[in-house]
Design a protein around this ligand. Structure first.
Ligand code: ADP
Ligand code: MG
Length: 341
């Protein structure tokens, strides 16, 4: 990189950050990461990979074993949570049910001893900012899920954080509300221009929200990139499997990963399609209709024995030539679609 080109300012930088609990492997193992200012960053990975520990260390809710945390070039590693310039939004918003929206938002100022007039004025301003000013006197039970989320956002913002930290904020919601709420989160992040660091175990959620995805596995960062980069060029076999949509196949000459919508399928006879490179025999084990697509499950004969693979076919294509359970087929792919895993 050209040394005179200024880097995008990193809102948050983690340097050789490590967390070791009393027993076992480190929960977070010497990770390095720069999160650009004003970006939506998702920490993604399976349960137990160290996402929440990383977030809690950034928030100041967990001590660091070694390494450093910088926020806008200030070393905040040992600062108390309230002095860091970060704020946390908790799972399913966790509002106080007996307080009005206004008093929920003003709560942390009350704890700091700010007088009532001042704290109510600031809370009202923030509620206006998230289009909730007119509902300031309502209690959480009298608000919709979306309105509650906005109150929770205003409550987190009253300390004027530079970075908002969110730990699985949508996981307790029903699927419909979850999709609605994540669209709102994304919109507010862009409107407010703040840096969001959002922990999730859902690939779909991270893909929908993130400017930058940080994929973690066993305390390590395996890949950092845009959703497009991570999905289309998974850096490791773990990521190819975890992101879904990819088949990891041992061809005898090494492992490759092929997206399931890039797989070519043909009846077993007479021969493999001329367009395909590579290929193998397989048996249909599952046919699942998914609206505009049909997802086929197959048992394929690979160099190392039978392997489960999936093929995503457009519904119209499937209608032209439906495949039946137990049917023998031939699978292949274009060389350009086979990533080295
Ligand atoms: P995630 O949020 O990705 O599911 P966590 O960061 O909560 O994962 O946990 C990472 C690892 O650290 C896990 O193995 C977990 O059991 C362990 N861990 C988390 N918190 C503690 C704790 N307070 N004491 C001991 N081990 C912990
Ligand atoms: Mg967690």
């Amino acid at each position: 990189m050209d040394p005179v080109t200024p880097l995008t300012p990193a809102a948050v930088e983690l340097v050789a950050l490590t967390k070791r609990y009393a027993q076992g492997a480190p929960a977070v193992d010497n990770i390095n990461l720069r999160i650009a200012s004003g970006s939506y960053c998702c920490l993604l990975g399976p349960s137990g990979c160290g996402k929440s520990t990383t977030l809690r260390m950034i928030a100041g809710h967990e001590t660091v074993t070694s390494g450093d945390i910088l926020l806008e070039n200030r070393n905040i590693t040992t600062l108390p949570a309230a002095a860091r310039g970060t704020a946390m939004m908790f799972q399913s918003f966790a509002l106080f049910p007996h307080l009005s929206a206004l008093d929920n938002v003003a709560f942390s100022l009350k704890m700091k001893g700010v007088d009532k007039t001042t704290r109510h004025k600031q809370a009202q301003d923030l509620l206006e900012r998230v289009a909730m000013g007119h509902l300031a006197q309502r209690k959480p039970g009298e608000l919709s899920g979306g309105q509650q989320q906005r109150v929770a956002l205003a409550r987190a913002l009253i300390t004027q954080p530079r970075v908002l930290l969110l730990d699985e904020p949508l996981s307790a919601l029903d699927p419909f509300l979850r999709i609605q709420m994540r669209a709102e989160l994304r919109r507010w992040q862009k409107e407010l221009g703040l840096t969001f660091i959002h922990v999730t175990h859902s690939q779909e959620e991270a893909m929908a929200l993130a400017d930058t995805m940080v994929v973690m596995n066993q305390g390590l960062i395996e890949q950092v990139g845009s959703p497009h980069e991570v999905y289309n060029t998974p850096a490791t076999e773990f990521i190819a499997r975890f992101m879904g949509g990819h088949n990891v196949i041992n061809t005898g000459a090494g492992k490759i990963a092929v997206r399931n919508d890039h797989m070519l399928i043909a009846p077993a006879e007479p021969t493999a399609p001329a367009t395909g490179i590579g290929g193998m025999g397989a048996t249909i084990t599952d046919v699942e209709y998914q609206g505009t697509y049909v997802l086929l499950g197959l048992d394929a004969s690979t160099a190392t024995g039978p392997t489960g693979v999936s093929v995503m076919l457009p519904e119209a294509k499937f209608a032209e030539r439906p495949y039946a359970l137990g049917e023998s087929v031939h699978l292949s792919w274009h060389a350009a679609h086979a990533l080295r895993a």
